[in-house]
Design a protein around this ligand. Sequence first.
Ligand code: B12
Ligand code: SF4
Ligand code: SF4
Length: 334
Amino acid sequence: MRTQIIAKAQELQLDVGIVHAEVMDGYMEKVRERIKRVPSSKAGYAFIRPLGETAPGTKSVIVVASQISHYTLPEGSDTHIGKNYLIDYRVGESVESKTRRQFGGFLESLRLKVSTNVMGYRWAAQAAGLGIIRRNNFFCGEQGTYYNLMAWAVDAELEEYIHKRDIPPCPTNCDRCVKACPTGTLSAAYTMNISECVSRLTTSAGSALGPDDPRNAKIGKWIYGCDACTDCCPHNAKKWQGGVDYPGLAEITQHLEPLAILRLSYEDIATILMPRFFYLQINDLWKWKVNALNVLANTWSDKYADAVRASLSDSDERVRAKAEWVLNAHGAGK
Ligand code: B12
Ligand code: SF4
Ligand code: SF4
């Protein structure tokens, strides 16, 4: 069965590894360690449960690392939107999205009990030797950290399939990622605070970056996600090749900058942005506008004033409050 699985992955050009389920005990140990080092992250990580609870009966974990850096990034958009969200294999019809679905279907066709309810992809990928985990917590393969990972838990005891990749470790004194983190979330190597991470703050449902939030300025240009601690990494230098168009991305590029987002109706946000950037669902679409207003505040130019004034009559009071704050902060009030 192991041979069949590896052959199928190779046929689909998936870089796959296999580890025993017990390997993921080490991951849970790291989660506990994180909570101990950053107690305020406890609630944020409450959803992470041991594999024995999320996928009972798991004997092996099959992990796939797919690079994303061969895709062309829409000009300017990756300073506002995280790259793993622009190139997201969980949605859409890219080659990788399709081959992963096919691979999952293939595993099920082997009459295995298959579950995608797996946490700790980075840990599994490192254990499978596909790369290493860097101090910024990112999995790093031969293409730097620009990877999207995926894992399947299966109930068959498979012999492990471990690679040996020659990935240089972090230089001894490097702390660029820690310094680059705008909110101080990555406070030290292998330590971060889930609830203060810009990625979480900009994409989590329900919460708002309200007018007086002290983090507003620190969030800088980010609207959805954050790549500051990974873009700065010397191991990523010149690793983004681009050149291949990502399906459906060019069509929405014009809507991915803050002024354009502000001008979209909620119906348009639901049709254009929500299917791809799915963390913000129908009741949270106002957050796109609050985040976009924040970026306009942080990069202010008088030419934004009319669009921001128009937001004073937005249907959502959180957007109206943020717009008022932006205008007052820049002396452009009514
Ligand atoms: C929850 C989650 C989040 C949360 C919390 C992030 C976090 N770091 O915990 C939030 C919403 C903030 C988030 C944000 C992002 N995420 Co996220 N996230 C996840 C998820 C679901 C679980 C992460 C997790 O296990 N957290 C628990 C903590 C303890 O793990 P950790 O921080 O990764 O730390 C690891 C290392 O530090 C290591 N470790 C600890 N000590 C030591 C010591 C040594 C010596 C070593 C070697 C290792 C080591 O062990 C930990 C466990 O693996 C995974 C998908 C999955 N199912 O695994 C994606 C995942 C980690 N996210 C991913 C991405 C891309 C992002 C963003 C870049 C998205 C964006 N552009 O905004 C940001 C980056 C944030 C960051 N700096 O990690 C990718 C990472 C790809 C990669 N190359 O690493 C993943 C794997 C999703 C995927 N499908 O590919 N994410
Ligand atoms: S993703 Fe951004 S906010 Fe989160 S740890 Fe990295 S640099 Fe800090
Ligand atoms: S910036 Fe430096 S310390 Fe941080 S992950 Fe990259 S090499 Fe490691």
